[in-house]
Design a protein around this ligand. Structure first.
Ligand code: 13P
Length: 255
């Protein structure tokens, strides 16, 4: 399962609908020679169908930026896992730190969302964890990662070849222009892997989990990350918003 690294482009709420479609079209044209890496694009909710239509016939996958834990019902404004599958999504980001910050999402909600996503077929949750600056400064990172994983994933049944991606995004590195040192990411990923091993056993972790890094990845620093142990890919924000920059990033990674 782990041969190819995965790069997920999180476009957040940074592009208008027209810009979203325009960028997707440019990527479709420019990325024709890209191979050896899996790419997924996470546009805003209301662009999903159109972005999916543009990407038809390519290997680029569709990812949603959020999901609700119920399947159907009176939940105004929400979108369920099965609806995302219907819309063509193969991935969904869960519990991004921006949602934790602005929408008050907590790990109880993240747990419910992850469980609901695992309950439908062909949808992979990308569960975000990561410490804030204060936690890092006071040496609490390891515990924070352990605790977030426990809260998000404890008790989940992982069946067959169901995939789960854990995205390590140190909050203080997101959008800062400076990624953490690759060695620090490697260390954090090791903590994550050991915690997951404890929770699910090594076999399931090796077969069903991927661990990816996010936070100010760009063309200059990506190479330092991609060959790290326990790093299966990246969650990229800003550097995926320009077709040339994103293409260069992918080329750096696949070289
Ligand atoms: P940046 O790459 O812009 O720091 O964003 C990272 C991120 O939050 C991806 O989900």
């Amino acid at each position: 399962m782990k041969e190819e690294k995965i790069i997920i482009a999180n476009w957040k709420m940074k592009l208008s609908l027209a810009e979203t479609i325009n960028l997707t079209k440019k990527i479709k044209t420019k990325f024709k020679d890209v191979s050896g890496v899996e790419i997924a694009i996470a546009p805003n909710f209301i662009s999903l169908l159109e972005v999916g239509a543009v990407l038809k016939g390519t290997n680029i996958k569709l990812c949603a930026q959020d999901v609700f834990w119920e399947d159907l019902g009176a939940y105004t404004g929400e979108v369920s896992p099965s609806m995302l599958v219907e819309a063509g999504c193969q991935y969904v980001i869960i519990g991004h730190s921006e949602r934790r910050k602005f929408m008050m999402e907590n790990y109880e909600m993240i747990h419910r969302e992850a469980k609901a996503v695992l309950g439908v077929e062909n949808l992979t949750p990308v569960v975000c964890i990561g410490e804030n600056w204060d936690e890092r400064k006071t040496d609490r990172r390891d515990f924070v990662l352990y605790d977030q994983l426990q809260q998000a994933l404890s008790g989940l049944d992982i069946m067959g070849n169901q995939e789960i991606i854990v995205a390590y995004e140190p909050i203080w590195a997101i959008g800062s222009g400076t990624a953490i040192e690759p060695t620090e990411a490697e260390y954090a990923h090791k903590i994550i892997k050991l915690t997951l091993n404890d929770m699910f056993g090594m076999k399931i972790v090796n077969n069903n989990f991927k661990i990816i890094y996010g936070g100010s990845i760009n063309t200059k620093n990506a190479k330092g990350f991609i060959d790290l142990d326990n790093l299966d890919g990246m969650l990229v924000g800003g550097a995926s918003l320009d077709v040339d920059e994103f293409y260069k990033l992918i080329k750096v990674i696949t070289k």
